[in-house]
Design a protein around this ligand. Structure first.
Ligand code: SF4
Ligand code: SF4
Ligand code: SF4
Length: 361
């Protein structure tokens, strides 16, 4: 993974587009350029992964080199001079995008990624009209065998990010390249259903896919990327505290994502944080406390009434049977501070050490 320790002293001097910049040994041209706000296009790069150098979109010119080099996979050296946006480089990038579009379905109006698609962005930025070699869209059959992941192999640009993130970050390896040449496709071993090859539904492959080949099934057709309000918050599920971005549209939560480089999770989530959000919009969701009436039926009430009832019963049980009549189970959904207060309440107020935590079970 191309991670540079911020503590490493920046002892190298590099010139990017005529501007001198200090860099640390081990940094790539891409990292150094981005550190001064120079954007270089990439399709196969993800900061969570090792440099791959496959898409050839990040080609730059380095003085003294025999030809253009990939910025993502080239380490800077002292005195290096780099040009990232010459006419030659722009022509090469346009050529790569033209090749990609020559067999791409171009179904942006119904594609889940439209508005948040790097291929769409770069085709526009590099003024690619249509491929000079004609248009021969791929016609692979789509598979629909996973509850959370929608696959469209015809939109795949074979960047390998899903393959690498599942293998290198998750340590699983559900995906691989199958066949060769124009028939190459991303698939599971022996074409098995995804759930039969160890998929844990983390959605990391969706999060890294730069186009609409992998997308979130549950939020299809819910809202375009630009239509949603985005709120950065903490996942409500467990004590790890992953940072999530909640996307809402028309008063409904339509998807959650995570941002690479942010929070303890660095863009990664588990199945709950990534896909377990539809309970928010469920009509069955409890929105008020319930207490039993004189007939034993549960009826909605206020928190004051419910907590009074709890207090009365706790006092009665303690008076009748002592503290050992209680047992308390703490939750990983709570913060450390909340769990600390709960154990204090259990020991000091209820008068028992009968306490455990769900994460220990
Ligand atoms: S993957 Fe991108 S370019 Fe391809 S159809 Fe979807 S939005 Fe359009
Ligand atoms: S959801 Fe996670 S485990 Fe499943 S294929 Fe994608 S990266 Fe691999
Ligand atoms: S499915 Fe997406 S991430 Fe995987 S190789 Fe294709 S374009 Fe890349």
């Amino acid at each position: 993974m191309a991670v540079v320790n911020e503590a490493v002293e920046k002892t190298l001097t590099v010139t990017v587009n005529g501007r001198e910049v200090k860099a640390a040994p081990g940094q790539t041209v891409l990292e150094v350029a981005r550190s001064i706000g120079v954007e270089i296009p990439t399709l196969c790069h993800d900061d969570r992964l090792e440099p791959y150098g496959a898409c050839r979109l990040c080609l730059v010119e380095v003085e003294g080199a025999r030809g253009p080099v990939p910025a993502c996979a080239t380490k800077v050296g002292d005195g290096m001079t780099v040009q990232t946006n010459t006419d030659k480089i722009r022509r090469l990038r346009k050529f790569v995008i033209e090749l990609l579009l020559s067999n791409h379905p171009l179904d942006c109006p119904v594609c889940e990624a439209a508005g948040d698609c790097r291929l769409q962005d770069y085709a526009y930025e590099y003024e690619v009209n249509m491929s000079p070699w004609g248009w021969h869209p791929l016609q692979f059959e789509s598979r629909d065998d996973h509850p959370n992941i929608a696959r469209n192999p015809n939109r795949c640009i074979l960047c390998g990010r899903c393959v690498r993130i599942c293998r290198d970050v998750m340590g699983i390896g559900c995906w691989g390249f199958t066949n060769r040449g124009y028939d190459t496709i991303i698939d599971t071993p022996y074409n098995l259903p995804l759930e039969e090859v160890g998929c844990v539904s983390c959605g990391q492959c969706i999060s890294t896919c730069p186009v609409g080949a992998l997308s979130m099934k549950r939020s299809r057709y819910a809202a375009r990327h630009w239509q949603t309000d985005k709120t950065t918050t903490i996942c409500p599920y467990c004590g790890v505290g992953c940072e999530v971005v909640v996307h809402t549209h028309r008063d409904a939560l339509v998807r959650t994502t995570a941002t690479v480089g942010r929070g303890v999770n660095n863009g990664n989530l588990c199945v709950k944080g990534r896909f377990g959000f539809d309970f928010q919009n469920s009509p069955d969701r409890l929105t008020a406390p319930l207490v039993r009436d004189e007939n034993g039926d549960l009826v909605p009430t206020t928190w004051d009434v419910a907590l009074d009832r709890v207090e009365q019963n706790f006092k009665r049980i303690k008076a009748e049977s002592g503290g050992s009549a209680f047992a308390v189970l703490a939750s990983a959904k709570c913060t450390n501070e909340e769990n600390y207060v709960l154990q204090k309440f259990t020991r000091a107020v209820l008068g028992t050490n009968n306490m455990d935590h769900c994460a220990r079970l």
